[in-house]
Ligand binder design. Structure first.
Ligand code: ZN
Length: 409
């Protein structure tokens, strides 16, 4: 691997300082694969330099996860043990700054019964989610990626230099080069996104209408007063500005759960549980996905939509212009962190209560009453066709062009 240690340190520093924005005296919870231990050390050290009180690490290993799913029985895997719950309780108390380094093999779960996978997720989700809800919108977090060999091979199966190519793509999308100032580059980027979000917030659209020659013909209602957000978020408990996703290109909000109509046609395959769903479309009636069609992965898509009550409704609509650097890379990353930043998308499942004024103080039921969808899934799929047009419609019926030909109008 030819990525210099210096460049990796620069990247680690960006993740800790600009992404998570670790503050003096904070506990940091780092989740990272054992395979990336050398990079983890760089991140840990940078956290301490930034003033972290303690850095705890959840070491993961996708090979172990796969073996567990192949050999352990479903009840065992579904159980959330008392010590795990105690750890979650501690997390609610500490409100740690959380850093995730994504590097898993996209095929890690291949061969695992997808029903077992989703049933276990569903069971564990029921126990874990109330704790998650208590920290949502009240702590800093960031997800960034570290190219692993298997992940790179998945993206570039034929290439000798797959890892280098994936590194090149990752670094270009997170705006890190040998001689640039990534902090300044991110400032410029987040300023641009904030300007667009401010414009959307001023418009006060009550619905969006999507249209494309590929068959997308769709209207979704927006929650009055809900904000469009993008790039950075302020942690209300300490005022720290952090960037949850690196890269990030999207401006997003949560629409009203159960208020949309029409058909969305996906423009990119969806990688879900190590399987691909391809050439698919989903049709909504009265706000719920009532039918779906997939060239590949039909059954998986149907199961996903039926995961729970909220899985058939939308939790997110996001705007990303087709000039996004992720899109310019021109390949599928098999990793939502990147793929969702390629073009416009929506997500089935959980919404973000943080988009509501004072949202971080609402519990799940209160957020649901205000229109925010709730589910254990949150699955993004891409609908940003080359010719996509989006109109914003205001309460009084007037409208404005938001997107034309896949980019800002
Ligand atoms: Zn998104």
């Amino acid at each position: 691997m030819n990525i210099s240690e210096k460049l990796q340190k620069k990247y680690a520093e960006l993740i800790v300082r600009t992404g998570a924005n670790v503050r003096h005296g904070q506990v940091v919870q780092l989740t990272v694969s054992v395979e990336q231990h050398a990079f983890a050390a760089m991140v840990i050290e940078e956290c301490y330099r930034a003033g972290a009180k303690k850095v705890n690490v959840d070491w993961t290993y996708d090979v172990q996860s796969r073996l567990n799913f192949l050999y352990a029985d479903q009840d065992t895997l579904s159980a959330v043990l008392p010590w795990e719950e105690e750890k979650l309780r501690q997390m609610v108390k500490d409100l740690p700054c959380r850093i995730y380094i994504a590097s898993d093999d996209p095929d890690a779960m291949r061969g695992v019964d997808p029903k077992k996978l989703s049933d276990v997720m569903q069971c564990r989700g029921r126990i874990v989610k109330p704790y998650r809800n208590q920290i949502d919108g009240r702590h800093q977090w960031v997800i960034a990626a570290y190219p692993s060999e298997k992940w790179a091979k998945k993206c570039f199966p034929e290439a000798e230099d797959a890892v280098d190519r994936l590194w090149e793509a990752v670094l270009s999308t997170v705006r890190v080069t040998e001689d640039n100032d990534p902090v300044a580059a991110w400032k410029e980027h987040t300023d641009f996104i904030e300007k667009k979000a401010a414009w959307l917030n001023e418009q006060g659209f009550s619905s969006l209408r999507y249209h494309s020659a590929n068959g997308t013909d769709f209207t979704v209602d927006l929650i009055p007063g809900a904000r469009w957000e993008g790039a950075g978020v302020v942690n209300p408990t300490n005022g720290a500005f952090y960037i949850p996703n690196m890269p990030t290109e999207e401006i997003f909000t949560s629409p009203i759960a159960g208020k949309c109509e029409g058909t969305l046609v996906a423009v990119k395959p969806l990688s879900y549980h190590s399987q691909l769903i391809e050439d698919f479309s989903i049709t909504f009636e009265n706000g719920r996905a009532v039918s779906c069609r997939a060239g590949k992965g039909q059954e998986l898509l149907e199961r996903m939509i039926k995961m729970d009550e909220g899985a058939a409704m939308l939790g997110e609509v996001a705007l990303v212009p087709k000039e996004s650097p992720v899109n310019r890379c021109g390949f599928l990353f098999y990793e939502t962190l990147f793929d969702e930043n390629a073009c416009c998308h929506v997500a089935l499942g959980a919404g973000f209560k943080e988009v509501l004024p004072d949202g971080e103080n609402l519990n799940t039921d209160e957020a649901r009453e205000r229109g925010i969808n709730d589910s254990i899934i949150h699955v993004d799929f891409m609908i940003g066709a080359e010719d996509l047009s989006i109109d914003g419609i205001r309460q009084d019926g007037t409208k404005a062009a938001v997107f034309r030909n896949g980019t800002w109008a």
